[in-house]
Design a protein around this ligand. Structure first.
Ligand SMILES: [Ca+2]
Ligand SMILES: [Ca+2]
Length: 278
């Protein structure tokens, strides 16, 4: 069965503003929460230090669909290395937005699912991959994926869009296994042992230190002089960032999960009003 803390089957379930910690499931998935054949809304929770023998140390979603947003997901363990968030064979579109996903065995794994939008997430310091997708079409937009020990984004049998993401300091940046049709553009891919494997950089990708405010303290906001500011595309960009700030804040879209609110790049121009007597 699974679901160390909460298990839902064939239900409409909302889990919000809760602390889910220290749970364990053996020989199954979903150390913290497991939802099967359900419509699950999982928002604003602390999901910390749960363990699954199989997949989904924090959250496992099997069939059905899920909205997973604004959660703090940290130090969850999955023995099979398959995602602190694990989405498999969902039957309706799902959304993973503005979660802080830190120091888990692995970040997000999505397999054979209905389309999923992955936006505004911080995924850092995983022991394994940050985001792994298999046989699913994803929109991967405006995430910050950093310091993951095995890699940033890996994709196989997938036609996904990867845009506006900061992908830095992982073992690899973006890696593809055929057959894949990835649309890669407007990302900052920098400082990975290998930035691209079996895929090509997008025309508008940049490769530069994103200048996080305090990465050693897991503060992945952008400094005001970050080269990622105002370098993103409007196409597919969420209307808010992971802080809830409006995106764009200053006329143009920033790359990564943070839209910087100190940038004054886009100053308004006011023409003088001249009055004449005729
Ligand atoms: Ca901006
Ligand atoms: Ca912000």
């Amino acid at each position: 069965m699974g679901g160390g803390g909460i298990y839902a089957y064939s239900s409409t379930i909302t889990v919000t503003n809760s602390v889910i910690t220290g749970n364990m499931t053996t020989y199954s998935s979903g150390g913290g929460i497991r939802a099967d054949d359900s419509t699950a809304k999982i928002t604003g929770n602390d999901i910390i230090s749960n363990t699954a023998d199989c997949y989904g140390g924090g959250i496992s979603v099997y069939r059905g669909s899920a909205e997973i947003s604004g959660n703090h997901i940290e130090r969850n363990v999955e023995v099979e290395l398959k995602g602190s968030i694990y989405i498999q064979k969902t039957t309706a579109p799902s959304h993973i937005d503005a979660n802080t996903i830190l120091s888990n065995t692995a970040g997000i794994l999505i397999s054979r699912a209905a389309p999923v939008t992955v936006s505004n997430n911080i995924v850092a310091h995983s022991d394994y991959d940050g985001l792994w997708v298999f046989d699913t079409s994803l929109a991967i937009v405006n995430n910050t994926i950093a310091f993951n020990a095995n890699g940033g984004i890996g994709a196989s049998a997938s036609s996904s869009t990867i845009a506006n993401n900061i992908i830095v300091s992982n073992t690899y940046g973006i890696q593809g296994w055929a057959p894949i049709t990835l649309t890669i553009d407007y990302n900052d891919v920098w400082g990975n042992d290998s930035n691209y494997q079996n895929v090509s950089a997008g025309t508008h990708d940049i490769s530069a230190d994103p200048r996080f405010v305090g990465p050693s303290a897991n503060d992945y906001h952008l400094q005001v002089d970050s080269p990622a500011i105002n370098k993103g595309t409007f196409t597919g960009a969420p209307s808010t960032d992971f802080d809830g700030d409006p995106r764009p804040y200053d006329c143009f879209i920033d790359i990564g999960a943070d839209e910087n609110t100190l940038s004054d790049y886009c100053k308004r121009v006011f023409l003088p009003l001249i009055m004449k007597n005729y």
